[in-house]
Ligand binder design. Structure first.
Ligand SMILES: *[C@@H]1O[C@H](CO)[C@@H](O)[C@H](O)[C@H]1NC(C)=O
Ligand SMILES: *[C@@H]1O[C@H](CO)[C@@H](O)[C@H](O)[C@H]1NC(C)=O
Length: 776
């Protein structure tokens, strides 16, 4: 009796359109839709054993670089009628970014939560504990609604653990990419209950290392609520994450059913568990967790993992030293060292070659050619990497080992690879990385199959049968690692389309392909030494590489695509702005209006300029003098760019114009000037403070930085704040409320915008083969 998730709410919520914080779509339409649905579920299950309580929270507060005022949370408490003490929290957000219907991010999450609520409320046997469903209405504004809930809502104290459903892509399977901190029982519950497990601790370690430029409510619940949880995200197709293509049509019913099955069964399991009531008892230790191709989950404590890893590594070392002792006069040792050197040199050489190719591709202006054609990258870089590895080993075989027995050589290279994986395993384990289970597999399985085969085929050496059995022994780690590599490419390729890094993305792609090739080749490279010749293979690979190189340099592979079945838009950030420059006494000096354009990937305006000649390098870096920001925000503040373009345009007429008022100005006993302001304006505002030379900000109402990001919902009161300036050069003390930084006299920059509809995003698309790209 499986619950059928149908995603009807997803259609309804996304049909409202983009739902930015503070817009009526978000604060009224979506909220009343959700309330209606919850009320229906409540009345339907009234006679059942559960009660449902709904609370609308409108929190205000400040944390980190942001402040919020009267944003919206809908909290729904489901508990047995006898009432419960301990609660699971299930979190989703219904707001979206300005230009997206936000289907995967995160209407689908809320749609699944509604159905999970329905299903649980409808159970005929009462649950042991309760569930709080949080439909949060401000996540895209740096996670403010979850902060409002966890720090201010009276129910927050009863929450013992949470499940969060998010998106870093559109559709597909939802990956458990972080759990904890500590609290092994949570991931154990997922392992036991999830119907279709998809999880890996590699995801957790990559995400928490900060390589992925995004964040989820997980951090807020963990850091401000001290609550452990499970973070799930859709990761497929990140190319269209936060774009207008994030539509319900791209999420298969299967995806919804999968996510629903998993969340429902995990929640059910957790609210029936004893651990929830007293989680402190089960608190300690990190876990190693991963699924085996969705069939089953393996979960074990990290300290057990450490023991296993060391045992496996030591076993391999014993195997190798056994061989060493069996052969006389240390020859084996010497040979092994040589082989390890050859292997490492072949890796370095192929990496260097690939980086050179990537650099050439970048120089030719064909950067990111693989963005829409990942296979092109595999063929170009992959063939080059394999080619170099083959070439080096063929040379070594023909030059250095001409007299050695082929079988012995192959054995030696196998041992060399094993030793290198052992190093990796020792290193990972020593660093305390849970991901060490991957090298562990790469040592364990080859070692076992080698030992078994040596027993079986004592004298026969390299027969076909032997090779087949050997390869079969590699199936488990190889299939697993290929699957992992696929996921890593799936996640990182789209990120290269929205990263502001200075490193050319082709360098990163080439490195990833090299690493993947090296990993996959490690236990099969020794077949070269068994084979008679590699000339033909080398010729084929060489031709593939040359052909691909020519095709890439001719520009056959255009990075972006408008193919409706899998669009790959180019990301450009465009802000339509009106700037006012004021003099020191407050009167308007000048004003202008324009589009401030920022590229979000490495190709910049290269593909746009031919079609919109006005956007060229002669107008670049124009906004920087007004939209400048301190280095420290670069990680947290997405509006800081290395390069901008400024194009004149008609004036902006926002629905809620900005009104700033100086309320009071007084000199304090401790020699500073304190000024209070009142601001009325749109839902999203940010304030930068740049004290004039000779003055400094001694304190203000906000954070430790001279920047604050402010969001409000509907019916928010005016925004009040104060600043206190320490003036060391008295004659300039009169200057503190001016609106731009570009005149030499400036001190304060005020920027305000309502994201919708004055923000617009340009997509570069390919319409047909000849007319390469046209903006739409
Ligand atoms: C569950 O909900 C359905 C309506 O969707 C209702 O027909 C059914 O009777 C409910 N079951 C229970 C056990 O309350
Ligand atoms: C570059 O842009 C400027 C301003 O939009 C324009 O005047 C100029 O003609 C453009 N240059 C080219 C080469 O198109």
């Amino acid at each position: 009796n499986r619950y059928l998730f149908n995603g009807k709410h997803l259609e309804q919520i996304t049909s409202i359109g983009p739902r930015t914080v503070g817009s009526p779509e978000n604060e009224n339409t979506t909220v009343s839709y959700l309330l209606d649905q919850i009320e229906q579920i409540r009345s339907e299950s009234e006679t059942g054993p559960h009660s449902i309580t709904v609370d609308i929270q409108r929190p205000s507060g400040c944390f980190s670089i942001g402040c919020y005022d009267r944003i919206t949370n809908i909290a729904v408490k489901l508990q047995p009628k006898t009432s419960a003490q301990h609660f699971m929290l299930a979190n989703c957000h219904f707001d979206s970014v300005a230009n997206s219907p936000g289907a995967s991010d995160d209407a689908v999450g809320c749609s699944v939560m509604l159905e999970v609520l329905h299903s649980l409320a409808n159970l005929s046997t009462p649950l042991k504990h309760g569930v709080i469903f949080l439909f949060n209405g401000a996540e895209e504004t740096i996670l403010q609604a979850s902060h409002g809930f966890i720090t201010q809502h009276p129910w927050a104290r009863q929450v013992r653990a949470f499940v969060n459903l998010e998106a870093a892509g559109v559709g597909g399977k939802e990956l458990v990419f972080q759990t904890g901190p500590e609290n092994p029982w949570l991931v154990q519950a997922y392992a036991r209950a999830a119907v279709h497990p998809f999880a890996t601790v590699v995801g957790q370690e990559i995400f928490q290392s900060g390589l992925i430029p995004s964040d989820t409510d997980f951090r807020i619940f963990r850091d401000f609520g001290n609550i452990p949880g499970i973070d799930l995200a859709f990761i497929e197709n990140g190319f269209i994450y936060h774009t207008k293509y994030d539509t319900p049509g791209r999420i298969h019913t299967d995806s919804i059913q999968r996510a629903g099955d998993n969340i429902l069964s995990v929640l059910k399991h957790l609210v029936m568990s004893d651990e929830l009531a007293d989680s402190s008892q089960y608190r300690h230790g990190n876990m190693v967790f991963f699924d085996l191709l969705g069939l089953t989950m393996l979960v074990y404590p990290a300290h057990v993992g450490t023991v296993i890893n060391y045992i496996v590594a030591v076993a391999a070392v014993i195997y190798l030293s056994g061989k060493c002792l069996l052969t006389s006069s240390g020859r084996y040792m010497r040979d092994l060292v040589c082989v390890v050197c050859v292997l490492v040199l072949s890796w370095i050489f192929s990496l260097v070659t690939l980086l050179f190719v990537a650099w050439l591709v970048t120089l030719m202006g064909r950067s990111m050619f693989w963005y829409s054609h990942i296979h092109a990258a595999v063929f170009l870089y992959g063939s080059a990497a394999v080619c170099i590895l083959l070439l080096i080993h063929t040379l070594v075989k023909n030059r250095c080992y001409r007299r050695a027995g082929r079988v012995d050589l192959a054995e030696l290279f196998f041992d060399g690879s094993l030793l290198l994986w052992c190093f990796v395993l020792f290193f990972f384990t020593h660093r305390g990385w849970c991901s060490a289970y991957v090298p562990m597999m790469m040592v364990l399985f080859p070692l076992i199959s080698k030992l078994l085969l040596t027993k079986l085929f004592r004298a026969r050496g390299a027969s076909l049968q032997y090779s087949v059995l050997y390869l079969m022994g590699l199936v488990v780690p190889y299939v697993y690692i290929m699957f992992l590599i696929r996921v890593i490419f799936e996640v990182f390729t789209p990120i290269l389309g929205r990263s502001k890094d200075e490193i050319p993305p082709d360098i990163i792609m080439a490195s990833l392909v090299t690493v993947a090739t090296v990993i996959l080749s490690s236990y099969i490279i020794h077949f070269i030494y068994l084979s008679r010749g590699t000339k033909r293979v080398l010729a084929v690979l060489g031709s593939v590489f040359m052909l691909m190189f020519v095709l890439v340099s001719c520009g056959l592979f255009f990075p972006y695509s408008a193919d409706p079945s899998s669009p790959r838009p180019k990301r450009v950030f465009v802000q339509h702005i009106t700037r006012s420059f004021h003099t020191l006494n407050g009167s308007l000096q000048s004003s202008d209006s324009g589009l401030c354009i920022n590229d979000l990937d490495y190709t910049g305006m290269q593909h746009i300029t031919p079609h919109i000649p006005q956007i060229n390098d002669s107008i670049s870096t124009h906004c920087q003098d007004w939209l400048s920001c301190s280095r420290q925000f670069l990680t947290s503040f997405s509006h800081c760019f290395r390069k901008s373009w400024y194009l004149p345009a008609p004036e902006v007429s926002p629905k809620a114009p900005l009104e700033v008022q100086l309320l009071s100005r007084q000199e304090t006993q401790w020699g500073t000037v304190k000024m209070s302001f009142e601001v009325k304006g749109p839902s999203h505002m940010s304030l930068y403070l740049h004290p004039h030379a000779g003055a400094s900000l001694s304190s203000w109402s906000f954070n430790d930085w001279n920047f604050v990001f402010y969001t409000h919902g509907l019916d928010a009161p005016v925004w009040r704040f104060w600043i206190e300036i320490l003036v060391s050069t008295p004659q300039r003390s009169s200057c503190f409320l001016v609106f731009s930084r570009s005149s030499p006299q400036t001190c304060l920059l005020m920027r305000a915008w309502s994201l919708w509809p004055s923000l617009l995003i340009i997509y570069l698309v390919q319409t047909d083969a000849r007319r390469r790209s046209s903006p739409s």
